[in-house]
Design a protein around this ligand. Sequence first.
Ligand code: FES
Ligand code: FES
Length: 180
Amino acid sequence: MNKNIQLDKARKQKNGGLADKEDFAKVRLEINGRPIIRAIFPATSLLEFIREELGLTGTKKGCDLGDCGLCTVLLDGKPVLSCLMLALDAEDHQITTIEGLTNGGELHPIQEAMLKHGAVQCGYCSPAMVLNGVHLLDTHKNPDQMAIKEAISGTLCRCTGYTKIEKAFLAVTHQKGAKV
Ligand code: FES
Ligand code: FES
């Protein structure tokens, strides 16, 4: 638990477990296309908001310090580390988590390619990897291997050695190229 949240909890405990009304702040944002308005402790990180308030546990918590990249979500289409950002700072922005990618139960092409190429082992890094891939494909017409390496460089994977993830991304790039 980060220090800010501990402070909020301590403040709550001083009132015998009850929070004062003024301890809360209202946040309004959009998650996976759904408008959300909630009253939260101001120090709630975006990661805690997504996982604990909304129950969207596809976004993973690793270091909680900005080092592992596992908590990556897309903010207005760009990858951000949700453990380093306050939920209040996401006010009026659009957030996409891994749960927002499936279209009527259909997997995103990046997800399909990762499964096909054995790029998912324990799966803990996979939501962040997939979202990095979505951003890469949205911003590069034809990303090469260097661009792929750069896109996933901030996200730790302890299982795959990264090669299979890179192969999966390259396969989607080639498919995309074939369709153009
Ligand atoms: S949990 Fe956010 S970077 Fe590690
Ligand atoms: S698949 Fe296990 S950490 Fe990447």
